[in-house]
Design a binder for this molecule. Structure first.
Ligand code: GLN
Length: 494
């Protein structure tokens, strides 16, 4: 699309209108978007066309439309985080990611659906109803960023932004056949990203190709003085790394297969497609080693103490006094009565569960046994990664243990839901970058399988080099892109 905009073969207004039409046609069935800004997007598109006509595009992606997860503040556009407590809230400022998208000229089509406050793996915890997987409308699109992944998989948007605290970019990518990248912690500004767990949250690209992710990462990434955890280091030549990788030569690249992330507990077809992809990398010249990360067995437990602890503290700001829902009980209620009634009505079950878990883990007497212990495990996980990266340039695993499950199948079983992120959570705990790309369809159910690539902190370029190589090798086998094989939504909804 960017190439066609540059050559004058199309206009941003035409592209934006086409995507708005697609949204009108299929989003009733997919429900990827919570808010569509047709007027704003078309105005931004017209401004982009004027810049291109004057020979001064704002960036290489000027004019390519995008959808943004509803957890990022967007000036003038509702931002709900998938929660009733923020229904109708319109932020007075842009998150840095949104500001950078606008500065680069990408028209914002709308805001995407998500699990409430990014807590979940299926988008079923949205207060506004679930998103449906475009591959099979009865199945989940992953979460918490299922809306962003489904919008891209359903061709409602060519690009989207997600956020990943424990896997919410990569796992939706895996189950929808799209590409998702969680950058190095501190590589993309969190300013204006409504916090779930500050030490884990990171925004990143959701796209259909590895190169698209690299190009988008270059737009949103880089130092921001507004975020105290932002890293003041160059991003690296990400798109160049993807272009180099696309040649498919993996000679001299050492790839570590993580023993603990595979085998038992992983769906047979997921494991099979993963093994086949590794074999392709070997054929292309990569050297493969097995690496063991023994502390990873404790990653999920550590995450579900650290994340709720941070979230319980962050969500204290929803007090019905400053913004958001305000429920005033009958009689002569105190401020505390108003807060209690508002939080009771405004938060869903999963959010309440995590607030309770987090306040418990942080309470005096339990702090050392739970939160303190989890932080020690976090250090052990970082050490496992350090040891593994001494043996390999990148580490690989299946992104998620299964393909997309049926809507409702795990809703009443929080632990079964949490297990979806068993392979993605270690990267968040250690702050390292990760990418998921489609590795084919599982033979038993015909649904997309995700392949995860992990790299050391600040070596995000390696994700793009290896990811683009594997993508090229796989598409050569398949004779085209995986999404070309997705059942047409028009047929599914007919
Ligand atoms: N599914 C994980 C959770 O529920 C991760 C969510 C995320 O990355 N935002 O916490």
């Amino acid at each position: 699309m960017a190439a066609d905009l540059a050559s004058g073969a199309t206009t941003s207004v035409a592209l934006t209108r086409a995507h708005l039409d697609r949204i009108s046609a299929v989003d009733g069935a997919v429900h990827a978007l919570l808010h569509v800004d047709a007027e704003g997007a078309l105005a931004q598109a017209a401004a982009s066309d004027a810049r291109r006509a004057a020979g001064s595009p704002a960036s290489g992606l000027d004019g390519v439309p995008i959808a943004v997860k509803d957890v990022l503040a967007t000036e003038g556009l509702p931002t709900t985080c998938g929660s009733k407590i923020l229904e109708g809230w319109v932020p007075p400022y842009d998150a840095t990611v949104a500001a950078r998208l606008r500065a680069a000229g990408l028209p914002i089509l709308g805001k995407t659906n998500m699990d409430e406050f990014a807590m979940g793996s299926s988008t079923e915890h949205s207060a506004y109803g679930p998103t449906h997987n475009p591959w099979d409308l009865d199945r989940i699109p992953g979460g918490s960023g299922g809306g962003s992944a489904a919008a891209v998989a359903a061709f409602e948007a060519p690009l989207a932004i997600g956020t990943d605290t424990g896997g919410s970019i990569r796992q939706p990518g895996a189950v929808t056949g799209t590409v998702g990248v969680k950058p190095t912690y501190g590589g993309v500004s969190r300013y204006g990203l409504v916090a779930m767990a500050n030490s884990l949250d990171q925004a990143g690209p959701v796209t259909r190709t590895v190169l698209d992710s690299a190009l988008l990462h270059e737009v949103i990434g880089g130092y921001d003085p507004m975020d105290s955890t932002s890293i003041d280091e160059p991003l690296g030549a990400l798109a160049d790394a993807a272009r180099q990788g696309a040649a498919g030569d993996m000679t001299g690249v050492r790839i570590g297969v993580i023993t603990e992330l595979g085998g038992e507990g992983y769906q047979a077809g997921v494991q099979q497609r993963f093994d086949e992809a590794v074999a392709l990398l070997v054929k292309a010249g990569a050297e493969v080693v097995e690496v063991s990360c023994p502390s990873f067995v404790h990653a999920l437990a550590a995450y579900y103490l650290i994340m709720p602890s941070e979230a319980s503290s962050n969500l204290a700001r929803f007090d019905a006094m400053r913004y958001g829902l305000r429920v005033v009980p009958d009689g002569d209620p105190s401020a505390e009565d108003v807060m209690r009634a508002s939080r009771d009505a405004g938060f869903g079950d999963e959010v309440k569960r995590r607030i309770i878990l987090g306040t418990y883990a942080l309470s005096s007497g339990y702090y050392d046994a739970y939160y303190g212990q989890a932080q020690k495990v976090r250090t052990l996980i970082s050490r496992d990664f350090e040891a593994a990266f001494a043996q390999a340039d990148v580490l690989v695993s299946p992104t998620a243990p299964t393909t997309a499950f049926k809507i409702g199948a795990k809703l009443d079983d929080p632990v079964a839901m949490y297990l979806n992120d068993v392979a993605t959570i270690p990267a968040n705990l250690a702050g390292i970058p990760g990418l998921s790309l489609p590795a084919g369809l599982a033979p038993e159910d015909g649904l997309p399988v995700g392949f995860q690539v992990l790299a050391p902190a600040l070596a995000d370029d390696r994700l793009y080099r290896v990811g683009a190589a594997l993508e090229a090798l796989l598409e050569n086998e398949w004779g085209g892109a995986l999404l070309d094989r997705a059942p047409a939504l028009e047929e599914a909804t007919a």
